[in-house]
Design a protein around this ligand. Structure first.
Ligand code: LMR
Length: 395
């Protein structure tokens, strides 16, 4: 039977990891998959994580199942991180946390829940969005639709976005990026979030907010502005949170699905359905990553170390954004790529075309997604002048 099966190209983002490894150019630069890198190009284990792991190793007494919702101690720290310590949503006991295998796992749980419990509701995603969104929702049987997000000049097209949201059929699901929009790096201002809230309320839409980069934009609380605005002002919101980037535990697959309902009773009903969806997908989530996060956030001392390390990562990225634009000045390209300094998070939609991206790879060993998305964390003070020279050569 397998003789009929065709080979398909691998994932465009993950495929870059292999291609980069194979490249023998000593000056090669990896601006592909979204992992943080330090100035040496390494993705180190955070100190708070190492210390938490040492404690876990010493104190762990069992490897038994942790349940479909994951470890309660993990949910206990994720909810205030996402919704805010003093959140009225938590006060009202209308939010539920389900530990998931990464943010991707949380998205799939949300997708399956929507497909099963809200039949006929389509999901609207920004154009462009993280390419995996385009796979996850249809895989769960949902119809995917798009609203505009960037214009032809590579700027946030907020008017276009809002006008499109106003046309979405009542009750459909709209996917929003909480911060550090992937792939563009263009985030909504507070006023813009307010306008989105008004349209969502008017059209009775269900927001699904992908929160994969908390702490990488402006700060842990600042990045949660839109999430908290929606959760506090709407009856129902779905949030998918990830600890991959802010704790640097990519391979531990540590995420969370947060379901916000109108009241505690409805939240418990929804929560019971999420447990079934998790059970049918993978039964119980992996424990280790959640245990690390909960060890850190339950300890004032480790949490302080972690916050400091996260701030360092964020500041490094934001400094490199400005330095990149500076490095383009001698080539008179600083205006053209000024957006890189304004965008936030790990990614920049640079405006480089697919042909330019191909030339950067073939002629300079510089790897990025063909959409022109660069992982800014791959910039370093070592490679900025090389990058600038290469970009000038393909312009
Ligand atoms: C990315 O967009 O590069 C990251 O979210 C990693 C991934 O899984 O694609």
């Amino acid at each position: 039977m397998f003789e009929k099966i065709e080979r398909v190209p691998g994932d465009a983002i993950l495929g870059l990891i292999e291609a980069f490894k194979k490249d023998t150019n000593p000056q090669k630069v990896d601006l592909g998959v979204g992992v943080y890198k330090d100035d040496q190009g390494n993705t180190p284990v955070m100190r708070a994580v190492k210390e938490a792991e040492a404690l876990l190793l010493k104190n762990e007494t069992t490897k038994t199942y942790i349940g479909s919702h994951g470890a309660p101690a993990y949910g206990e720290v994720i909810l205030p991180m996402v919704l805010g310590k003093e959140s009225p949503v938590l006060e009202g006991k209308r939010a539920s946390a389900t530990q998931s295998p990464g943010g991707t796992g949380a998205l799939r749980l949300a997708a399956d829940f929507i497909a099963k419990q809200l039949p006929g509701k389509d999901i609207w995603v920004s154009d462009p969005t993280w390419p995996n969104h385009l796979g996850i929702f249809p895989a769960a049987g949902l119809t995917l639709r798009k609203y505009p997000y960037v214009d032809a000049e590579n700027r946030l097209d907020f008017d276009g976005m809002l006008a499109a949201l106003k046309q979405i059929p009542e009750g459909d699901v709209v996917l929003l990026h909480a911060c550090c929009h992937n792939p563009t790096g263009f985030d909504l201002s507070r006023d813009q979030w307010q306008s989105v809230l008004e349209v969502v309320r008017e059209r009775n839409l269900l927001p699904l907010i992908d929160f994969a980069y908390q702490g990488f934009g402006e700060g842990l609380d600042e990045d949660a502005y839109g999430v908290r605005l929606m959760a506090e002002n709407l009856d129902e919101v779905i949030i998918t949170s990830s600890c991959s980037k802010n704790f640097g535990i990519y391979c531990e697959r540590t995420g969370c699905l947060v379901m916000v309902a109108k009241n505690n009773e409805q939240m418990e009903n929804v929560r019971s359905q999420i447990a079934i969806v998790a059970r049918e997908n993978y039964s119980n989530p992996p424990a280790h990553g959640g245990a690390i996060v909960s060890e850190i956030l339950h300890s004032a001392e480790l949490a302080a170390i972690w916050r400091e390390e996260l701030t360092e990562m964020r500041d490094r990225i934001n400094t490199l954004r400005r330095d990149f634009v500076e490095a383009l000045k001698p080539y008179e390209l600083d205006q053209k790529y000024a957006c890189v300094a304004e965008q936030r998070g790990m990614f920049s939609y640079t405006g480089l075309t697919a042909e330019q991206v191909d030339r950067l790879r073939d002629e300079f060993g510089i790897y990025m997604v063909r959409s022109g998305r660069a992982n800014v964390a791959g910039f370093s003070h070592e490679n900025l002048s090389y990058l600038a020279k290469a970009i000038a050569a393909v312009n």
